[in-house]
Design a protein around this ligand. Structure first.
Ligand code: FE2
Ligand code: FE2
Length: 217
């Protein structure tokens, strides 16, 4: 498998870990009445904003998808669909941030709206990645030439977010580590969630799948 494709799969795994973590914590708070430190959600949203929106999507949209359009006419319809979803991604993240802000400022009565927004966002994102992994990436692996992959890898290496001061690879690792350190078990190493179910013992142990590879710094 080409290195560029391997990198995209790996980025999907990181994004999926954060999405699963966010969904888990929201469900935990909703079903068990345990409050989660909002800083965890903020760190997760920031990660999705800078890593998924500004780093990952442009690599697909600007480099992989155009190459696949040239090689595989059958991919055009799904690439159009995924392109529209990429365009919509920025707005979706802003809506989620807005819902989180309302929850932080408005308190519990705003939580269900935030929880619903998280469920919607996570569901759409997983469906987006499913289409990429089941339809687009296998087609790319089958139809792109060695020269195509070489050009894509060069482009990935020189890819930089157009915004000044955008994070780099080490910054993303640090952000991911921050999430692991803030989030309560079993998602991360952070303090146990607090709230209505105080009789339950804090759960300890290793972070959940997807977060295990990153150790707290
Ligand atoms: Fe994508
Ligand atoms: Fe993707």
């Amino acid at each position: 498998m080409a290195n560029a494709l391997r990198a995209l799969y790996s980025e999907h795994r990181s994004i999926a870990a954060v999405l699963h973590g966010m969904q888990y914590l929201v469900r935990e708070q909703r079903s068990r009445d345990r409050s989660v430190d909002p800083r965890v959600f903020r760190a997760m949203l920031y990660y999705l904003d800078v890593f998924a929106e500004r780093e990952h999507h442009p690599k697909e949209e600007d480099f992989l998808f155009p190459a696949l359009r040239r090689r595989s006419p059958e991919a055009v319809a799904v690439l159009d669909e995924l392109g529209r979803e990429h365009e919509h991604g920025e707005r979706s993240i802003r809506e989620l941030e807005q819902a989180l802000l309302r929850y932080e400022e408005g308190g519990e009565r705003e939580f269900l709206v935030f929880a619903a927004a998280v469920e919607r966002y996570v569901g759409h994102y997983f469906e987006h990645m499913r289409k990429e992994e089941q339809l687009v990436m296998p087609l790319a692996e089958k139809t792109l030439t060695a020269a195509d992959w070489s050009a894509i890898e060069d482009a990935f290496a020189s890819h930089r977010d157009p915004l000044d001061g955008a994070p780099t690879g080490d910054d993303y690792d640090a952000l991911f580590t921050r999430i692991v350190n803030l989030a309560p078990a079993p998602i991360g190493f952070g303090p146990a969630v607090a709230g209505g179910d105080r009789s339950a013992p804090p759960r300890r142990g290793r972070p959940a799948s997807g977060f295990r590879k990153r150790r707290a710094r």
